[in-house]
Design a binder for this molecule. Sequence first.
Ligand SMILES: C[S@@+](CC[C@H](N)C(=O)[O-])C[C@H]1O[C@@H](n2cnc3c(N)ncnc32)[C@H](O)[C@@H]1O
Length: 310
Amino acid sequence: MTVKELFHNLCEQLQASKVFYGHGVTTAEDEVLLLMMKMLAVDFETLNQMTGDAVSPEVISAANQLLEERIKTQKPMAYVLGFSVFAGLDFKVDERALVPRSPFVQLIDCGFSPWVNMDEVKGVLDLCTGSGCIGLAIAHYFKHCQVDLSDLSEDALSLAKENQQALALNSHTQLIHSDLFESLDKQYDLIVTNPPYVDETEYKNLPQEFIHEPKMALVSERDGLEIPVKILSQAADYLTEAGYLFLEVGFYDQALTTALPNVDFMWLDFSSDETDDFLGDGQGICVFSKADLLKFKPYFEEFLNTHVTQ
Ligand SMILES: C[S@@+](CC[C@H](N)C(=O)[O-])C[C@H]1O[C@@H](n2cnc3c(N)ncnc32)[C@H](O)[C@@H]1O
């Protein structure tokens, strides 16, 4: 059997199953590509040049076993394989943290332009870092930045540490255990965050794949909005005068706008970007300057003082 034939065979099996795609890759073909890259220990370009090569019976058997696990358990493919590609970098991935899939990858790609001049950015905070994917990718591509990666989950931080070491980024990244900003004492030029923002009721109805992820990585109280609004209300204290906050809330952009009608949100538009296989499938990132966070702080606080779960 050739690489191409194995690819088609695995795709057919996956397409005939009831799995959900949405953890960094969005089609059966892309999941099988990742699986074959892992099995043959090659990158995407190399795999592309091997389509006519013969595959050993051992590799065929191992690939089928992994696919069977993916289909039977409905674990995200990244957990089955133990890795994922984010911002062109390989990340170790397992049930300790969310599977990387954030549209932050596109902001890293364009250097957070036009809001931020990365040449002038020294300190970066990746709040709610999970596997470390966003902060470590920033540290990899902008080597002059000192990047702090914080999370409340010790499990997530242990995975982020493994990724920090594998990517050789120890010298200019630091892991911090913190409940949001509680244990942080610096001001940053750039804060990026993809916090939990899923409503508890919606969480219960999510496809099985999401249930394999840590619940604390997904669910936030008060209709999903409590943690995002806490971040909005506190972030100004941790930003330098010219600093910016980029906050991801995915499909909760409308809910956040509705809950805070007096706040001017600036939502980033990813629609014109070309789609790449590993770009991620999210949306809903808003950006705030420190000055705007201070201006709208009373509304964030009002929400936190009054909003009850609908
Ligand atoms: C949606 S995941 C994002 C992970 C990673 N940034 C990414 O994009 O893949 C949210 C992360 O927030 C962490 N978290 C949840 N509550 C937190 C809190 N109160 N303070 C800090 N981190 C928290 C979770 O442990 C999880 O790793």
